[in-house]
Design a protein around this ligand. Sequence first.
Ligand SMILES: [Fe+2]
Length: 247
Amino acid sequence: MGTRLAIISDIHANLEAFEEVLNHISNQSIDKIICLGDIVGYNADPSACIALCRERNIFCLSGNHDCAVCDKISLSDFNRTAAIAIQWTKHHLSKEDILFLSQLPRFHQEGERFLLMHGSLIDPDRYLFFQRDAVEDFHEMTHMYPRIAIGFFGHTHQRRVFTYRSGDVTSGVPETLTFESDCLYLINPGSVGQPRDSIPMASYLIYDVDKQSIRFYHVKYDIQKASEKVIKAGLPKALAERLYWGW
Ligand SMILES: [Fe+2]
């Protein structure tokens, strides 16, 4: 996939945020963009976001919202607001869009370099919020992928670096990180289209494979425009409001 990778996740049909992130990435000499899933859901531009993923040849995983619009996951697994948005999204995608989403993988192993997942290694729809959640994933990584030290995940919409060293797991939100050879890492780039760490900006990271380092970025976007589109589309008002809080 190259040596400088942009890793994004949870675009959630927020075209304004997605375009700004792509602009930011275009100035960073990136070889490949990877999306960890949830291209659609919550916001008002699902089809345009799918089109951009295809145009820019972004390597995409499938998230739980992408699966739900393809009827691969039951709506009963979602809260009411999310389920309403999924139903709305289904009616605003073409057959081609649905086909594209339905063919995305839920997990990817990039040789012996790194793993890509939406939620967790154990279950793609499981949330990794806390150290205790990450412990199980590190055990799975050690047993199933003994030569791989790095996994990227999304789903929580929160930036996170979990580090496993000599049986202990620590959690942090650094701006930059250089990997150490005696550690394992699980890393979340944050969300492009619906951040939930109280910072109302799009979040992503760049992974420099040669330098074995990552750097996180926040990107400003036109929240008012994205929010007004949500209202105009008839989607739940709470989805428009939360963009201002970054939660
Ligand atoms: Fe998501």
